[in-house]
Design a protein around this ligand. Sequence first.
Ligand SMILES: *Cc1c(COP(=O)(O)O)cnc(C)c1O
Length: 356
Amino acid sequence: MLASTTTIEIEKIAQSKINEVDFTNLPFGKVFSDHIFEMDYRDGVWSSPKIRPFGKINISPAASALHYGQSIFEGMKAYRRPSGEVVMFRPEANFNRMNLSAERMCMPHLNKDLFFEGLKQLIKLDEAWIPVGEESSLYIRPVMFATDEFIGVRPSDTYKFVIFTCPVSGYYAKPVRVRIETVYSRACEGGVGRAKAAGNYAAALFPARRAQKDGYDQLVWTDAREHKFIEESGTMNVMFVIDNVLYTPSLSGSILPGITRDSVLRLARDWGMEVEETNVAVDFVVNALKNGELQEAFGVGTAATIAHIDTIGYAGTDYKISPIESREFSNRVSKFLQDLRMGREADDYHWMHKVQ
Ligand SMILES: *Cc1c(COP(=O)(O)O)cnc(C)c1O
């Protein structure tokens, strides 16, 4: 592992592209800031860290990530407060999770000092790209992938790691319609569901498209063995409030351990709410929908923070959930997290990380 003394070479863009961007109309994930942080793993160490203008990466057609999928990523955000200060939400948790994903995929650990030094310098250099406004942020995408030029199946010896960023405005602003999936699976016990591994998302595309054709925005996955228990949704963990108790599937290994999930559970417990992290049976949720006991349903994740679920489709029936305005817990937690990010709420949990 390299020591923190490693200096990051910086090559600045000749002419910023920022003036070409319409910040009032930002499509999610399609606008890229000026620079990218990049480093390579070879001979057992991360080397040549540099920041350069955002642009293409040259890789071999035989690069093993393309064939066998050793590729992992993270998703985090930097926010600009009204005071001008730039903050991030629990970035260490993202760093730790990336290393857990790396372990599961036989990829090397990232060095903490280098990760945060690269991230900090990248954000500082592209600070002007962090949009102003309550719902806006700079989405940060770290990715690591295998680069060995070899078409045999084995863990690669070389990897590339990059971080690039996208200015974004609100995501999933409107409530989502979901369908409980009972044919296809995203992940199974012993699989790679708990890693933020690229292949998980590829495997989800076909089932998700089927649901989209039927008018839903997203799927809610169920366990691969019996399709009887709720797992998670797209890139969000899911939660339900039933009879004033907050239910969410436990971290069985096949769902992604979300940082938003962890934070929301912590808040719920501290606010005196009863929390059940357990097996959440589809039947239990559907019965609650039928009996009118299901008060709230929502997805939790970095992209949307809280995405209210409007309709749940199951076995050919669509169940409508009570209007968003009446949802006490999810609205409160959504507001709390927003106030925390913007500096209006005291950071008693030490979740906010100042970038400058
Ligand atoms: C990223 C992700 C989440 C949410 O995790 P956060 O850390 O809260 O952003 C949930 N499920 C899946 C499958 C994900 O990829």
